[in-house]
Design a protein around this ligand. Structure first.
Ligand code: GTP
Ligand code: MG
Length: 252
């Protein structure tokens, strides 16, 4: 069983991509289930095969402990870790090749909490993470750099095979897309555009910073995807296959 976690800032398209990637996989004849790990998801635009909301309710935790939504999310994250064996049993029951995991909207709750590591470890050793770059935040150099930092932080926390995807890429025009791709390929372009956006950034940023992050593999590659046009689904699949099977195709 391969576990693929979709992580990204609020509204970056995690839930939609979890579902559309499952649909793409199923169409190709691969076996994949979806699991929602967000106890606070008010409305999901798909019906996950495994749903944490059936076990833990954010609303109930808020009422019982007299907490606001963010405090309650943290309590839920801890509860989730305590109930992870129960969830693992449900997931294992599906005996699927792939488990696509939709993570909480407030990404820091998943990315920065120790409990997530416990959850990932217990669910299964073959895990990878896809970090979604929000297309609107990615349009400006400063927004793009913030997301590189977030992606890097997440990679350092989990030490898992990692892929960066440019989410909802159908919402960007060709010029915007190629500018973003050039930032990934040429750190000099990113630095120049950042300084052009705000000259005072020259003091805060240096090309060495981008070079270090690039050489660590933090943002070497950014794959444009879209749940709207189904762009990039095959790329995600191939990247994950490379990690776990050395590129060999799964049996359909
Ligand atoms: N055009 C376009 N819209 C998209 C795409 N993916 C998601 N959206 C829209 O973006 C909005 C947010 O998508 P979600 O999938 O709910 O994002 P999320 O990251 O799960 O959001 P939270 O869980 O609330 O953090 C919704 O209105 C989606 O319809 C895409 O590929 N293209
Ligand atoms: Mg969501």
């Amino acid at each position: 069983m391969i576990f693929l976690y979709f992580v990204g800032t609020a509204g970056s398209g995690k839930s939609t991509l979890t579902y559309s990637f499952q649909q793409w996989m199923n169409l190709q004849g691969y076996d994949a289930i979806t699991a929602n790990l967000d106890p606070g998801a008010e409305k999901l635009n798909y019906a996950p095969d495994v749903d944490i909301r059936e076990i833990i309710s954010l609303r109930k935790v808020m009422d019982e402990y007299g907490l606001g939504p963010n405090g309650a999310q943290i309590v839920c994250a801890d509860m989730l870790a305590l109930k992870i064996n129960e969830i693992k049993e449900i997931v294992d029951g599906f005996d699927s090749d792939y488990v696509l995991i939709d993570t909480p909207g407030q990404m820091e709750i998943f990315a920065f909490r120790e409990t997530s590591r416990v959850i990932i470890d217990i669910l299964g050793p073959d895990s990878a993470m896809a970090f979604l770059f929000d297309p609107f935040l990615s349009k400006t150099p400063s927004g793009f750099i913030s997301q590189i930092m977030l992606s890097a932080t997440t990679q350092f926390r989990f030490h898992l095979p990692f892929i960066n995807v440019l989410s909802k890429s159908d919402l960007l025009d060709e010029t915007e897309k190629s500018r973003i791709i050039s930032w990934v390929k040429q750190p000099e372009d990113l630095l120049n555009d950042a300084i052009h956006e705000n000259p005072s950034m020259e003091k805060q940023l240096s090309i060495e910073l981008f070079r270090v992050l690039e050489s660590l593999g933090v943002y070497k590659m950014l794959t444009p995807v879209s749940s709207e046009t189904m762009t990039g689904m095959e790329d995600i699949y191939n990247l994950v296959q490379q990690v776990f099977m050395g590129g060999e195709d799964l049996e359909k």
